[in-house]
Design a protein around this ligand. Structure first.
Ligand code: UDP
Ligand code: MG
Length: 366
């Protein structure tokens, strides 16, 4: 891949890792002859990570820091890094040195073969068993529910074409589903085996709660991917089925009473039928409210993020990266970035310049 590579590194309390990490990055990427910049996102660190980053950035022009006002989570940190980076292509990696920068040249190679996102696969993950086992179950579930055949969705090491980071938007803890969100948006996703190392400094930021939250986020990502443009197809579908079941049950009871003269007042089926009708009507109404929201978003015009390119007379006049800003732009809220620091010192972030973060439309998987 030719052009500038942006290395986006989310950092939350990794002070002791940063200096050796940058030394390793310089060694690996210079040897590979890559032109690169490093974009650190300080996600509200309280251990002096920001001071270390400033020291690292001061003598050189290719290290920039986005400092967030507090800890907003890895997905938000990545989104801010995507918004700030200037590269023609992007690699994300963790700031704890568990990812090896020497893998980067291999990780970006598939971008030349037409892939838009290459996700690292930590085939021999160097983490305790209480992480690796649940992680296998997690990856299996995501594979089965999304149909995307990756082995390791949550690897910190990933490479992207520029238009991917300009299009997708993740927030909360959705960093685990970046390949899913990208595939839902219509990008070509693949994986590449990468080595993984033990943590040598600092502590992991995620405990067992990650899996519970991860499954809730999976539901959100699946719902948004499939139904954000047609919520009534989900809620209305289940609601209508329940109403039909309820009506059939109540009809049966009515015939039983009127034709056969059996008492029905004490029968549990009576309650079940009524419940099915009530819940069905509620779901149908929820779907209509969802349609109201989808409708008001659709009135903003078609989402340019869905367009791969426009060709006129055999010539491409617009590629996705150069396209107009989406009505729901993929930029994260600038209000959460306290400072953007370049080599020459501290420049205040242009808080008024960037629009508020709104999830862009992703392609509707029929
Ligand atoms: N991280 C972050 N914000 C958070 C949690 C984590 O920026 O709220 C960063 C963290 O500093 C590290 C990367 O995300 O660079 C991965 O975190 P961690 O190593 O704790 O995850 P694990 O390897 O245990 O899955
Ligand atoms: Mg780690």
């Amino acid at each position: 891949m030719a052009g500038l590579l942006s290395l986006v590194i989310p950092v939350y309390n990794e002070a002791d890792s940063l200096e050796p990490l940058v030394a390793e990055i310089d060694e690996s990427l210079r040897a590979a002859g890559l032109e690169y910049e490093i974009v650190f996102v300080d996600d509200g660190s309280t251990d002096g990570s920001f001071a270390v980053m400033q020291q690292l950035a001061a003598p050189r022009g290719d290290v920039r820091i986005v400092k967030l006002r507090r800890n907003f989570g890895k997905a938000a940190a990545l989104s801010h890094g995507f918004a700030e980076c200037r590269g023609d292509f992007v690699v994300t990696m963790d700031g704890d040195r568990q990812d090896d920068p020497a893998e980067i040249p291999r990780l970006i190679a598939p971008l030349d073969d037409g892939y838009d996102l290459v996700s690292g696969w930590k085939q021999s993950r160097q983490d305790p068993l209480n992480k690796t086992l649940p992680s296998r179950l997690f990856n299996w579930t995501v594979r089965r529910t999304t149909g995307i055949p990756l082995h390791d969705f949550n690897c910190g090491l990933k490479s992207y074409r520029r238009e991917v980071v300009d299009t997708i938007y993740v927030y909360g803890e959705q960093h685990r589903y970046i390949p899913v969100v990208a595939a839902q948006a219509g990008f070509r996703v693949t994986e590449e085996k990468v080595s993984h190392r033990r943590r040598t400094a600092g502590r992991s930021k995620y405990g067992w709660q990650r899996y519970l939250r991860g499954y809730l986020d999976l539901m959100t990502v699946l719902f948004l991917g499939r139904y954000q443009h047609r919520p009534q197809h989900l809620f209305g579908g289940i609601g209508t089925l329940l109403i039909l079941i309820g009506i059939l049950v109540e009809l049966y009871l009515t015939v039983d009473k009127l034709v056969f003269g059996h008492p029905i007042g004490q029968r549990p089926l009576l309650l079940l039928g009524a419940l099915a009708i009530i819940v069905g009507v509620q779901l149908l109404s929820l779907g209509l409210i969802g349609e109201l929201i989808a409708n008001s978003r659709a009135r903003g015009g078609p989402d340019p993020a869905q367009v791969a390119r426009i060709v006129e007379g055999g010539i491409a006049v617009m590629s996705a990266a150069a396209g107009p800003a989406a009505p729901g732009s993929s930029k994260p809220a600038a209000a959460t970035a306290a400072l953007v620091v370049a080599a020459a010192g501290s420049l205040p972030a242009d808080a008024a310049g960037a629009p508020a973060g709104v999830a862009p439309g992703v392609a509707d998987r029929q």
